[in-house]
Write a protein that binds this ligand. Sequence first.
Ligand code: DP6
Length: 364
Amino acid sequence: MAICRELAGEKWVLMTTAQTPTNIAVIKYWGKRDEALILPVNDSISVTLDPSHLCTITTVAVSPDFEKDRMWLNRKEISLSGARYQNCLREIRSRANDVEDEEKKIKIAKKDWEKLHVYIDSYNNFPTAAGLASSAAGFACLVFALANLMNVKEDHSQLSAIARQGSGSACRSLYGGFVKWNMGKEKDGSDSLAIQLADEKHWDDLVIIIAVVSSRQKETSSTSGMRETVETSLLLQHRAKEIVPKRVLAMEEAIKNRDFASFAQLTCNDSNQFHAVCLDTSPPIFYMNDTSHRIISLVEKWNRSEGEPQVAYTFDAGPNSVLIARNRKAAVSLLQRLLFYFPPNAETVLDSYVLGDKSILQDA
Ligand code: DP6
């Protein structure tokens, strides 16, 4: 193997670890205009969760002894043969540079990366069965870790366009804070990438609570669900062309001004329209269940009785709700309400994941 290293004859492994949080869309991505490149039909905006919660941790290693690329997810070996993994690996390898580890006395030349194989060990720090988005953090972390290992010089935005080819929503996890995925116009997807709208400190009053309504695996995956919607829903076309472009501008403004009333209104409206588009699909897709609907009613009634929104809700392709409280006081009050209406041991199981300051649970 044409690897220039001074420790000839001795085995070596070079490795690096990355940690990437998941993100929750407040303006949803739903529908692709190009399935292979994963190009969306509309822009989307998300908030990235705190990296110490709901994240993926991935270690990537390279050694001349590795005979093929291999990957373990949550300690079980999985196949890397799928197009999404292959596209990410190919794109990163093609951008690899010379790597030198002085301590280990290893030198890998740019051209050698094509011949070397990698091992990938990835796990989620939250129960995968909880039905919480994991592919977003997973592909973002994979791309970021490989880019570090191979000394890729591209910035986060350019890396996001690679992570996008693993899973659309993954492109938004390359940044913290509030992130926008520009759908882009180019056919090759080169301008379909993520940009940071505001960093994690910009609006740190917000408290995110995830109410796990059901830990069952969803019946329709996002990938197949959005394909069916693109093929059959007329409402999706209206949403993508007429609604989302205006909503994205309004959301950018709300985030910039930390205007919670507008933020909450736009977030809830967009979640509800996304689920309406799912219902408009033939056959219809039901992601929310009765408990999800009860949570919506609870929040809507409470927000109205207060005169101004205290909490925003949003639901992805499943029944679990992501609740964004305007501040700590609202978060404590929300938890008290959730515990009252959905007590532990009742028929409806509801575990709350409090992100950030866990003392909120004690206060509730
Ligand atoms: C409802 O990114 O999981 O969470 O690109 O096919 O991998 P693929 O889909 P995925 O879809 C996420 C859909 C969503 C909304 C969002 O995150 O914007």
